[in-house]
Write a protein that binds this ligand. Structure first.
Ligand code: GUN
Length: 270
């Protein structure tokens, strides 16, 4: 068996560091911070993500209010009621951040729902540029943690959500990466890229044959394979990559920490 050569980019440790800093800053500031999360429907993965956000809030001293509109807790909710709920939270002075966990069940207009969140409380950064969306912030932190000079590097973002990809491209450009390409599928010339960010939602689709020796690989995929959580990157990629942000333990935990950082940032701005 060949040996893994990639340096693992440790999102979990970076997340712990951010949470410790946040905990101290929140305690020192004397601020009472509140984050409200709304979950509609019975999506198991979404429930898990909301629970992870709740746990992290507890760790840093942010009051977490969970609004579960699922079959267990709530009779039924329609879009009008959901919009009213958001309006109520927008006006609640004890709430500094509001998020609606996505995806929403069929029949809900996610765009309309998200737009209802007061931009001053939009911790996901979906509505304007008040804060960086947590997943994008996590990707940026991981790339920076590799400690490489980026000005002579080209990057490719492989993903199928145009809004996310365009937003990520803008943020990567600010990092000083020389050239950024966007693709909806893994291109045949993928081995030309120094940085690969993949967010396709296809288990272990990026193979070691696809990449350049020494490349920085950021796996943003979350998939279930035989009951295990795996990313879009095949583990054998570690035999050729220079740096790899793995799944689990990479973007995921860091995204939650970046979300909490946004609660404090929005509160300071308001
Ligand atoms: N579902 C998947 N990613 C996200 C995210 O970043 N924010 C919210 N609210 N829901 C999600």
């Amino acid at each position: 068996m060949s040996k893994a050569k990639a340096v693992m980019l440790d999102g979990k440790s970076l997340a712990e560091k951010i949470k410790l800093e946040l905990k101290k800053e929140i305690a020192d500031s004397g601020l009472n911070l509140g984050l409200a999360a709304i979950l509609v429907g019975d999506n198991e993965a979404s429930r898990l993500y909301v629970d992870l956000k709740e746990k992290a809030c507890k760790e840093v001293g942010i009051t977490f209010s969970k609004y579960l509109c699922n079959s267990e807790c709530y009779d039924d909710i329609d879009e009008t009621e959901l919009l009213e709920m958001i309006d109520f939270l927008n006006r609640d002075k004890q709430i500094n951040g509001v998020l609606v966990q996505l995806p929403l069940p069929e029949g809900f207009d996610a765009d309309k729902v998200i737009k209802k969140i007061d931009p001053a409380k939009d911790v996901d950064g979906f509505n304007n540029g008040n804060v960086t969306p947590p997943t994008i912030a996590a990707i940026i932190e991981l790339i920076k943690s590799a400690g490489e000079n980026l000005s002579d590097k080209n990057a490719i973002i492989i993903g199928n959500s145009d809004i996310f990809i365009d937003n990520l491209e803008n943020h990567l450009a600010k990092l000083g990466i020389k050239e950024i390409k966007k693709e909806k599928n893994i291109p045949t010339n993928c081995a030309n890229y120094d940085v690969i960010i993949i967010v396709l939602g296809q288990a272990r689709i990026l193979k070691k044959e696809n990449i350049k020796d020494g490349a920085i690989i950021i796996d943003v995929g979350i998939n279930k394979l035989n009951g295990a959580t795996v990313g879009d990157v095949d583990p054998e990629v570690a035999e050729r990559a220079g740096f790899l942000s793995p799944v689990p333990g990479g973007v995921g935990p860091l995204t939650v920490a970046c979300l909490l950082r946004n609660v404090l940032e929005l509160t300071k701005k308001s």
